[in-house]
Design a protein around this ligand. Sequence first.
Ligand SMILES: Cc1cc2nc3c(=O)[nH]c(=O)nc-3n(C[C@H](O)[C@H](O)[C@H](O)COP(=O)(O)OP(=O)(O)OC[C@H]3O[C@@H](n4cnc5c(N)ncnc54)[C@H](O)[C@@H]3O)c2cc1C
Ligand code: SF4
Length: 344
Amino acid sequence: MNRFDYQRADDAAQAVGLAAAAMRTGPAHVRFLAGGTNLVDLMKEDVERPRTLIDINHVPLRAIEELPNGGIRLGALATNAETADHPLVRARYPVLSSAILSGATRQLRNAATDGGNLNQRTRCCYFYDTATPCNKRDPGSGCGALGGFTRMHAILGASAHCVATNPSDMAVALAVLDARVRVLGPHGERKIFLDDYYRLPGNEPWRDTTLFPAELVTAIDLPAEDFSAHYTYLKLRDRLSYAFALVSVAVVMARDGAGRCTEVRVALGGVAHKPWRVPEAEALLCGSVPDRALFGQVAARLLEGAVGLGDNDFKIELGRRAIVRALEQAASGRPQSHTDKRIA
Ligand SMILES: Cc1cc2nc3c(=O)[nH]c(=O)nc-3n(C[C@H](O)[C@H](O)[C@H](O)COP(=O)(O)OP(=O)(O)OC[C@H]3O[C@@H](n4cnc5c(N)ncnc54)[C@H](O)[C@@H]3O)c2cc1C
Ligand code: SF4
């Protein structure tokens, strides 16, 4: 039995204050508790041992609202289900609804929050297996995946210390929407571009994000843009539900009257420690009428430098094909559909 302090916050400032105070009194390991669908599992498996748990479920951050500039703000405690089902999200940012609905199950999405989804930990099986070394779980202990089973692991941006991937589907869609993550910390508020929110493992694989200690995600802002005509979220996995991506591709695209691409954004999931974007690859399509040959060039540029670890070598070819297919889906206006099968 691992003992921990349980505290409950009623507003965001109080949550941050409680976290900062717990850190001041010693080398406490503090975690915010949202839906608990990842954190509680990690605690049960003895992977995470927070000494202080700050329950944020009573913090009023559940609203999904339109901003004066025409964008949308997703409260950090809005559930994944509420977000995917919200009429504004479905109408203006269908790539986000599609990505969320491709993940987990209805029951999990009812409990999982947007802030928790962004901050969920990797699904590397060695991270969960406390009998094996893992630099992310236990800094300096080594990496059990290197030389181990690597089917789910990274082909891009990995380091000699960690080859884990980011498991979030939502984050891949947020990457192409150029979302901003709003955070509140002991020194005030700041906004972080989604691309800067996640980091590559480098020498510090235990740090998944650029959040500072005691910082709380309060909301996610989506800019006022309309990519509802040309988008897709294509997720390839071992089972059709209840499975994390081997490779996923989010695409949003805008086309002019002559069919030329005026804007293209592509992000890959399941291949790196963060959603993978390469602006130079996207630029290859801008100003052109898209075709399969160009899509192939985009795929090659996105996957430049990809390295397999043996078990996951297939991800390079799978990724190439998935990018081409996703670009075709987005360009033709026929997105991959992720249906939400409700139990009547
Ligand atoms: C069986 C299963 C299948 C799944 N399949 C998928 C899938 O296919 N795709 C996918 O994307 N996800 C999948 N998930 C993951 C699921 O989406 C996450 O567990 C969930 O989104 C986490 O949200 P939560 O609110 O429960 O977070 P919690 O478990 O409460 O917290 C997770 C982490 O985020 C931190 N945190 C929470 N809120 C904040 C905040 N506001 N600010 C700062 N830090 C915060 C916590 O401290 C903790 O470290 C699956 C989960 C399970 C159990
Ligand atoms: S890949 Fe990363 S998370 Fe997995 S065992 Fe290695 S260090 Fe740990």
